[in-house]
Design a protein around this ligand. Structure first.
Ligand code: COA
Length: 179
């Protein structure tokens, strides 16, 4: 099984991160925005995934007490469709569980069916719609999953873990990744 290496996002990662960000989002975050967020490690966890030494994906989890919010989540388009996105959401959820987060929410473009399908697998359901969230062109769907600490959810996560295409490795044991 191929390895994905998970690390905390560092300043030296930001050029690679922003290159992916610009490719996949019409309204990309700037390098300065990422730089500000990596300076808030107690409330913001930004992680990177590397495959064979290359940064191929990243994601962010904001936490305010028991509430989590997935912010950026992206995979380098050259690596889409290989199971990296699924591994990334899995890792963000394990991080959330380790932090004692109970509920997670996120916003996704109404047209982004691939991401919605990915989030659905992890139990996210649409709970609201934010009008013109992405400017006048597009609304956002707010998706959320509740009670991620309960036994039933743990069972879902364990089942997903068994389907992952990659072996997940972390730098200095960031957290326990097995399910
Ligand atoms: C959304 C994104 C992260 C998915 O990453 P990925 O590595 O390509 O996804 P995976 O290969 O892990 O696939 C995970 C699931 O996504 C869905 N999916 C992936 N590719 C798909 C496609 N071409 N068509 C439909 N669904 C698809 C499926 O549900 C898939 O699960 P399955 O393989 O069990 O069927 C990636 O497309 C991306 O970076 N998009 C641009 C940025 C973005 O939209 N981020 C989300 C913002 S809210």
């Amino acid at each position: 099984m191929e390895e994905l290496f998970i690390g905390q996002m560092k300043k030296s990662d930001l050029l690679d991160v922003c290159a992916i960000e610009r490719e996949v989002f019409p309204d990309p975050w700037s390098l300065n925005m990422f730089e500000e967020e990596i300076n808030l490690p107690e409330m913001y966890s930004l992680i990177t995934f590397s495959y064979q030494g290359h940064l191929v994906a990243y994601g962010g989890l904001l936490n305010i007490r028991e509430e989590g919010h997935i912010t950026n989540l992206a995979v380098d388009p050259l690596f889409h469709g290989q199971g990296i996105g699924k591994s990334l959401v899995y890792v963000l959820i394990k991080m959330a569980q380790a932090k004692g987060i109970k509920n997670i929410s996120l916003e996704v473009r109404t047209t982004n069916e691939i991401a919605q399908s990915l989030y659905n697998k992890f139990g996210f359901r649409t709970v609201a719609r934010r009008k013109n969230y992405y400017g006048y062109e597009e609304d956002a769907l707010v998706m959320s999953v509740d009670n991620i600490a309960n036994k039933q959810y743990q069972q879902l996560i364990s089942e997903i873990y068994r389907t992952l295409n990659f072996s997940l490795q972390t730098e200095d044991n960031l957290f326990d990744l097995a399910s």
